[in-house]
Write a protein that binds this ligand. Sequence first.
Ligand code: ADQ
Length: 466
Amino acid sequence: MGRLIVVSNRVPTENPSGGLVVALHDVLMQRGGLWIGADPQICEEGRDRLHDMSDTNPDPAYRKLVFRLNAQERRNYYEGFANSVLWPVCHRRTDLVEMRSEYRADYLAVNMRLARLIARELGPDDQLWVHDYHFLPLASMLRSLGVRNRIGFFLHIPFPNITDLSVLPSPENFAEWLSDFNLVGLQTRGDTARCLEMFRADRRAEFMRDGTIKFDDHVLTLGSFPIGIDVQGVNEAARRGRSDRFGPVAPQDRIIGADRLDYSKGLPQKFRAFGRYLDQRPQIERRPTFTQIAAPSRGEVSAYKQITRELAQISGEVNGAYSELDWTPLRLIHRSVPREDVLGLCRQARVGLVTPLADGMNLVAKEFIAAQNPQDPGVLILSRFAGAAEDMTEAVQVNPHDVDEIAEAISYALAMPHGERLRRYEACAQVVWSTQISTWAERCLTRLAQCTPTLRSHISNHRIAV
Ligand code: ADQ
């Protein structure tokens, strides 16, 4: 069997932490192979080769290699096309798309350069597993170089709807790029339905009896593989985490949110909803505290600067209206907090507030459940637009745009009797266990190994889909 080659935007640091990184690390430790990603340092030199970043360990089970970006490429490929075009298109925020021709040109150029670097490393039986929207055209570029190896893809974010896709320059490329992978994995059945709709609208696609899609002679398998977490590891970390950081708040009054500071996470709506709940709370003597940890993210992109200002303003308004000398109702922590402490806070909280406007899956929802004490669990309030909501039907589901509905859900969750909390928790925990990260990785790779191989005829006529 050949090696596994994982391609993702980031390669892990020496001590990998976090579900996805650990899962991929474990798979590579077992199978050996390569992990290729972008060097976080901007560098003008050495862009014509991959650089070894493997651990100092003398006999690493797998190697980590990075490709370098110069300042222009980082601006146009990463901040530009990936995060200011594809990210908003996939998260239904086409109003935030920044369209510039140099973004697309460098996105394609970086993917082409990476394809050449990877092609040099590839053995005939190696399998590639490519992650996320930074590398949509990578398989097309590899095929144009004559690569026939099996290539799998996993999209971590929502699959866009067909109207939003049409905002892209040359939207027909999207289907072409995907069709050059052997396997395209998506988070949910809803994502798969949207992807099928895109192929149905394209006359080049033919739907085969075995469920595969034939597109320009290439056969593509499509499926949903809901991602999960390391449930046991999260539960242990939550028990170790410091929960005293909440300060003197009664456990039944603690509400927690933890998100990257991103406009897709619905933070302004969530803050307003908490303010609305305080306006209407049934018992005026009740003093719940909502702690929102918002890890800084992509601060160089303008839409992110704007949301940071907006959140500071709303939290100022809510606290200005309701704080007492001994009570600050909304605590916004605009910093990354150690993971164990975030999980410790989740375990202590009565309510987890996870209300993205759009989200591929949302791992915080699964982590909140895994962190709970099964005898006295907290309540998850979950946006119906998070991928996690497709299976976690027993969370208290809300429309994240509807501030009144979230406020009502907060009131309901804070008053929920123990029996109902247990019942809802057990149903959610079952989903969290059945999609745990090791199972997810195994399902994706098993399916990739079963995919129809790429034929010589396909690559010999290959159009470069750019
Ligand atoms: P993200 O958009 O980053 O991931 P999410 O799935 O919630 O979103 O994962 C975030 C991770 O960061 C979680 O493990 C969480 O614990 C951690 N985290 C969040 N806020 C933090 C904070 N303030 N401090 C410390 N840690 C924090 C993308 C997609 C998701 C998809 C994942 C995995 O956008 O939809 O679920 O990939 O596929």
